[in-house]
Design a protein around this ligand. Structure first.
Ligand SMILES: NC(=O)CC[C@H](N)C(=O)O
Length: 419
């Protein structure tokens, strides 16, 4: 009996708080001219979610996408692939492990590790009131958001946002916070005036300009030319741990630059924007494969290798963002649980083999949820790539073996070439 009363009481309290925080009960689409204050997430189709200021106060624009990771928000927020995207977290409470000096995925232009947050905005349901983690040596998440001027919103019904984006697709959005934001239709017009993600050429905005070198851990075994299209910091670390000296090159890199470092292998990174715009990287990839240099690509790199092999890319309705996305490896039939963050995909079908200017290729991996292409490779094994993130943490490490495969490939290439 007492238990029932308590349950009812708890339910009632939650309901009241949620109503205060979210403005629940108002229609999602508001009347023109309705004045807004505090914080709102406005979608391009006119859907409005009212909440509270979180992080920096102000205005931010980007594509609204959702991420289903239950952990690892620091890795997500600092991943340069999220440039110009407003991330909606499906995990109901965010921030309880604070901010630490180890998990950031961004680098300064000269390659030194950086804490830079790349998302355009962050939309969450409930901020943690306490930070409780032994690694949280950089304070709280919200402090970081404020310090870096990242505008967020809390107290919104993130489940409702996700359902909307799942049904209608990722779309342009804005977070606006402050005391008097003006009429809601004015905010919607601001949202609609920003460029769309389709056709956005963004890698240059996050790539290194000058390039840098990450030294190998232990004995150097390979020289690797890695094109930084928005590369997560842990990728060169994974390569360095396998004896690679990683020569990180800007997104504008040329074949001459790749050859100048004496590359045993070529790596194409993840990165933001529409892969259909990455013509320079596609041309470079064709040149590299033509020279017989072994290559490996991750995410944006997979889309670019696919394009170099003659495939096209398309924009997915809402993409894959999270840490528990199952991928089938066609070579073994095994499923890896993977970490992902992409809104575009390569055209192709499970089991497909196709001709390319470099010989036969195939779709090597597919997503077990929706059958989309998750990897491609040349049948001779000299070029391969995956749409997911084998370097990722948080999330499982099921796919780390792909870095070893790249090492084996470079070994074979070196023996064959006598280098
Ligand atoms: N993480 C990535 O490399 C993302 C690739 C590309 N920008 C996409 O959204 O599909």
């Amino acid at each position: 009996m007492a238990g029932r009363v308590q349950r009812r009481g708890r339910g009632a309290r939650t309901g009241r708080n949620a109503k205060e925080r979210t403005g629940a009960g108002r229609p999602g689409f508001e009347q023109e001219g309705t004045e807004v204050s505090d914080a709102v997430l406005v979608l391009e189709d006119g859907k409005v979610f009212r909440g509270s200021t979180y992080g920096a106060q102000g205005q931010t624009l980007g594509e609204a996408v959702f991420c289903t990771g239950m952990t690892g928000y620091q890795e997500t927020l600092t991943d340069p692939s999220y440039h110009r995207q407003i991330v909606v977290a499906t995990a109901p409470q965010i921030g309880n492990t604070g901010w630490n000096s180890q998990d950031s995925e961004s680098r300064a232009d000269d390659g030194t590790p950086a804490d830079r947050i790349h998302v355009a905005g962050y939309a969450i349901r409930e901020p943690s009131r306490t930070v409780f983690n032994w690694r949280a040596d950089r304070g709280s998440l919200e402090d970081q958001l404020v310090r870096q001027g990242i505008v967020g919103i809390s107290g919104i019904d993130t489940r409702a946002v996700v359902r909307h984006l799942r049904d209608r697709g990722a779309m342009r959005a804005g977070i606006f916070s402050g005391t008097s934001l003006g009429p809601v239709d004015g905010l919607q017009r601001i949202v609609q005036a920003q460029p769309a993600m389709l056709g956005a050429d963004l890698a240059r905005e996050v790539s290194t300009d000058s390039g840098y070198i990450i030294e190998p851990a232990g004995e150097p075994r390979f020289e690797v030319a890695a094109v930084d299209l928005g590369m997560k910091a842990s990728i060169p670390e994974q390569l360095a741990a396998r004896g690679c000296r990683v020569h990180v090159l800007p997104s504008t890199a040329t074949l001459e630059q790749v050859e100048a470092v004496g590359a045993h292998g070529f790596f194409l990174s993840n990165g933001p924007g529409d892969p259909a715009t990455a013509d320079t990287a596609v041309q470079l990839t064709r040149g590299v494969i033509g020279k017989g240099i072994p290559m490996f690509g991750i995410c944006f790199g997979n889309q670019i290798l696919g394009r170099a092999l003659g495939r096209r890319t398309y924009k997915m309705r809402f993409g894959h963002r999270g840490m528990n996305i199952p991928v089938i490896d066609e070579a073994t039939g095994r499923v890896a649980i993977t970490s992902q963050n992409h809104g575009f995909a390569l055209e192709g079908e499970r089991g497909e083999e196709f001709d390319t200017p470099f010989g036969r290729a195939r779709v090597s991996h597919v997503c077990a949820n929706d059958g989309t292409v998750e990897g491609v490779e040349l049948l001779d094994g000299t070029a391969f790539s995956v749409q997911y993130h084998p370097e990722a943490a948080a999330g499982p490490h099921d796919a780390r073996y792909l870095f070893d495969r790249f090492g084996d490939l470079m070994d074979r290439g070196r023996k064959a070439g006598g280098k």
